[in-house]
Design a protein around this ligand. Structure first.
Ligand code: NAD
Length: 462
């Protein structure tokens, strides 16, 4: 995965090198040298911090918990990115996720750089007291490199408001008298978090689909008769899914997947039927459409898991059949929202994917090989750095609100969020439908262009 992000960044740089309108006065060997510098800067993180947190377990034993903070790039602002609590976290994965954060912020013009953290644990194996100690120790070990104007963590898989509240409180203890509200985002509202932050990523994920198929397409009828774009395979796919009932499947029913599914269920402008959702255990399927609000309530009351058996489904009054965990990926649907883990669609299963539109709620859920296979078939992939940026955008609003100690209403937050995502979509879609490249390469090109221009202006390309 790490190399794939680097590869697409390099492709964007190669395209930019040939673009004579980009830094036109930079020519010949100087231009080549500047682009070599860009490649070197964007392909490596600025800092890799690693520690073994010393935790006294409830048993009295001491455990050393491996933890990372990887700061990829801060050209556009302080480092920003979540902390993942997962047993399979490793340095390559965290570096890749930090790189994606740099690109995501550049793409959406959020004034932050990119970073990511990781703690190698399965949080389900630890008591609340042990998790509290892990959070405190993380801040203690990395306190010199974190802060509202240095590096601002947020939740990621396995962490949430509770962990951010604990971490911010420890940051405040270590740095008395200094500003602390902006040191962590994704906090609870009572601790200075933003209204709407919890739903932001899932809402943004669904917004990108709605905007593509409805808001954008309804105003673009001129293209349908334009000979030059008529044969564009992606435009054909979008047109074939406009103004007609859609069947959706959602992989992952956590923070991102459940909110995206609920948005789709409640949407009045697209005619959606969510026929499948899945989690770490299995897939739930109903050809006539699942009762998403009932499933949201169920997971809230059952530790986040979907019903595990037909007995549990019956007891909850939910009509669905159980399928295996991976079934969700290859069902006969129009749209597949991926909101679980990375590398879910790969070269071996891409051929079986029947959805014509894929939305990446998770980071990097489609491998590079699968991306090419699906792209060749005209499948539209709304990529992670475009689709799942709602969380970091509202984190930015939370950071601003913490600075100003002025708080926005939920309505204001969602209006600002959708406005920002719409602006990004509108800057990409005309070129996407007018050209031959994937939406992912358009997103990377935009992000790399912004970073390159800033690095050049800041005198970093020598
Ligand atoms: P979460 O922990 O709340 O939910 C994860 C979901 O995926 C759960 O339903 C879990 O059961 C399911 N899952 C786990 N392993 C699975 C497997 N092998 N197959 C199918 N389902 C599986 O996490 P989240 O916050 O919803 O994040 C999901 C993804 O979105 C992650 O990749 C994360 O990095 C990304 N993301 C999250 C945010 C955010 O604000 N939460 C922002 C950007 C990106």
């Amino acid at each position: 995965m790490a190399n794939e992000t680097g590869l697409i960044v390099q492709q964007s740089l190669d395209a930019l090198l040939q673009d004579t309108e980009f830094l036109p006065h930079l020519k010949g060997l100087d231009r080549e040298q500047a682009f070599r510098s860009l490649g070197a800067i964007l392909s490596t993180p600025n800092h890799v911090h690693k520690s073994y947190l010393r935790i006294v377990m409830d048993s009295g034993n001491v455990e050393r918990v491996p933890a990372f903070r990887i700061q990829h790039n801060d050209t556009l602002g302080p480092y920003k990115g979540g902390i993942r609590f997962h047993e399979s976290v490793n340095e390559d994965e965290v570096t890749n996720l930090a790189t994606l954060m740099t690109l995501k912020n550049a793409l959406h013009e959020v004034p932050f750089g990119g970073a990511k953290g990781g703690i190698i644990i399965n949080p389900r194996d630890y008591s609340v007291r042990e998790l509290y100690m892990i959070c405190k120790k993380y801040v203690q070990y990395f306190s010199d490199v974190l802060g509202p104007d240095k590096d601002i963590p947020a939740p990621d898989m396995g962490s949430g408001e509770r962990e951010m509240d604990w971490m911010m409180s420890e940051f405040k203890n270590i740095h008395p008298g200094e500003p602390y509200r902006g040191s962590f985002t994704g906090k609870s509202v009572v601790s200075g978090g933003s209204l709407g932050r919890r739903e932001a990523t899932g809402k943004g994920v669904y917004f990108t689909l709605r905007h593509l198929l409805h808001d954008f397409m309804k105003n673009q009828s001129r293209w349908f008769s334009d000979k030059k774009t008529q044969d564009n395979p992606f435009l054909k796919t979008a047109m074939a899914h406009t103004d007609r009932p859609l069947k959706l499947a959602v992989q992952g029913f956590g923070n991102v997947g459940s909110v995206a599914a609920l948005e789709a269920y409640q949407c009045k402008v697209l005619q959606n039927k969510i026929v499948a959702v899945s989690d770490r255990n299995h897939t739930l399927y109903n050809e006539d459409g699942l009762d998403i609000p009932a499933l949201v309530d169920y997971t809230a009351e059952h530790g986040g898991d979907l019903p595990l058996s037909t007995e549990q489904l019956d007891a909850a009054g939910i009509k669905a059949t159980l399928k295996d965990r991976e079934a969700v990926l290859t069902l006969d649907v129009d749209v597949l929202i991926l909101a679980a883990l990375e590398d879910q669609i790969h070269a071996s299963n891409a051929g079986e994917v029947r959805a014509r539109i894929i939305v990446e709620g998770a980071n990097a859920p489609v491998t590079g090989d699968a991306d090419r296979i699906l792209g060749d078939r005209g499948v539209i992939i709304i990529p992670d750095i475009l689709a799942n940026a709602g969380g970091v955008i509202v984190s930015y609003f939370e950071w601003l609100q913490g600075r100003e100690t002025q708080f926005y209403t939920e309505e204001e937050v969602f209006k600002l969020l959708m406005g920002k995502m719409e602006q990004t979509m509108e800057s990409l879609l005309p070129a996407f439908f007018g050209g031959r490249h994937s939406l992912r390469s358009h997103c990377y090109n935009h992000a790399v262009l912004k970073l390159s221009a800033a690095l050049y202006r800041q005198g970093k390309l020598y």
